[in-house]
Design a protein around this ligand. Structure first.
Ligand code: NAD
Ligand code: TYD
Length: 352
């Protein structure tokens, strides 16, 4: 196998840490450079089990700092990028859209500008893999699925910033022949997810017997994919995907929020030895998210047909594993919910 030096941006985050772990363990001949700013969402604890491996290096840096990104490309002779660094939470994007535009749009352009300068015209064996979301396609009614040809219709500051970055990556390909691939994935869940997103936030609240803030009627629908399956799909697309193409990644696993929340309550009651129905009593319907997208659903048949990828586990099993991980790692959860988390929580939820 040829030697690659891969810059994984956002490698200390939720999905990034799973991608880093997979690549470090599976490809000992690759050099993996995790480039991460360590925002509130980045946590090196996520990578404790691989951080001593000889093919792994961590670099603390901001993708907005073009000079330092360039220094890192030179120092590690970077041949490929898997770009996951981003501001990723819709509610935060509603409060502070500019930060999302800076990191997600300008940050992506910075990285590509450095890559173009460093790689020159020689794009052989080079690849910029841009990791994106299905939210760029907008919101669905009761039927239909997002395909790779669905026109973009982003509706939140988060999804708009991701859509802009996707367009830029495609524009660089079209204009400069820049070697790229993009994947757009549905909602991830699993170990190490910051408790601002639905599943870990609710696990934490159930554990602490705090109210469960269901936005609106709880009838919004999301497609859920286990984070390890997303990392696996990224591996497949990175190695076998066709340059210049886009692949949708999904779990074929749609859930109305309220049904998912009730399933989660049931698992938690069993695991915590609480009486049946105890956690459901914590459900509190609160003011809806502004501009809340109704439904996301992915048609991932291109990935299945072209690259033979499909998810490995059922949702019930993945959800149970995830709950168990949070219960087994209460120190991780306590650490990330101390400090600024309380401020964030009060700001988002107290007035709802
Ligand atoms: P996350 O918020 O958990 O992690 C983001 C990481 O990026 C953190 O480690 C953070 O420190 C780092 N980062 C942020 N700004 C940075 C900067 N300026 N420079 C360097 N590093 C910076 O996010 P996630 O949920 O792991 O998502 C990773 C990627 O996958 C994002 O691009 C997101 O849009 C995309 N995605 C996420 C989901 C999901 O369900 N979470 C689904 C589809 C796509
Ligand atoms: P989230 O995990 O924020 O992912 P996204 O908005 O990117 O899909 O939210 C998943 C769904 O859960 C979404 O419909 C909003 C809803 N939700 C709540 O009802 N309450 C909450 O406290 C959160 C964070 C989300």
């Amino acid at each position: 196998m040829e030697k690659k030096s891969i810059l994984i941006t956002g490698g200390a985050g939720f999905i990034g840490s799973h991608v880093v772990r997979l690549f470090v363990n599976k490809y000992p001949d690759y050099q993996i450079v995790n480039f991460d700013k360590l925002t509130y969402a980045g946590n090196l604890e996520n990578l404790r089990d691989v951080d001593q491996k000889p093919n792994y290096t961590f670099v603390k840096g901001d993708i907005l700092d073009e000079a330092f990104v360039e220094e890192t490309f030179v120092k590690y002779s970077i041949t490929c990028v898997i770009h996951l660094a981003a501001e990723s939470h819709v509610d935060r994007s509603i409060t502070n859209p500019l930060e999302f535009i800076q990191t997600n749009v300008i940050g992506t352009a910075n990285l590509m500008n450095v890559a173009r300068r460093f790689w020159g015209d020689d794009f052989s064996d080079k690849l910029f893999y841009h990791v994106s979301t299905d939210e760029v396609y907008g919101s669905l009614g009761e039927t239909g699925y997002f395909t790779e040809d669905t026109p973009y219709d982003p509706r939140s500051p988060y999804s708009s910033s991701k859509a802009s970055s996707d367009h830029l990556v495609r524009a660089y390909h079209h204009t400069y022949g820049f070697p790229m691939v993009i994947s757009n994935c549905s909602n991830n869940y699993g170990a190490n997810q910051f408790p601002e997103k639905l599943i870990p936030l609710f696990i934490n609240n159930i554990k602490e017997e705090k109210p469960l803030p269901v936005y609106g009627k709880g009838d919004n629908v999301r497609d859920w994919l286990w984070v390890n399956d997303h990392a696996d799909a990224i591996d497949v697309i990175f190695h076998e995907g066709k340059e210049g193409e886009t692949y949708n990644i999904g779990g074929n696993n749609e859930w109305q929020n309220i049904h998912l929340i009730k399933a989660l309550c049931k698992i938690m009651d069993e695991k915590l030895g609480r009486e049946e129905g105890a956690s459901e009593k914590l459900i509190a319907y609160v003011q809806d998210r502004s501009g809340h997208d109704q439904r996301y659903a992915i048609d991932a048949s291109k990935l299945k047909n072209d690259l033979n990828w499909s998810p490995s586990i059922e949702f019930e099993e993945g959800l149970e594993n995830t709950v168990q991980w949070y219960l087994d790692n209460s120190e991780w959860l306590d650490n990330v919910t101390s400090g600024d988390y309380k401020k964030y929580y009060d700001q988002q939820y107290n007035a709802r």
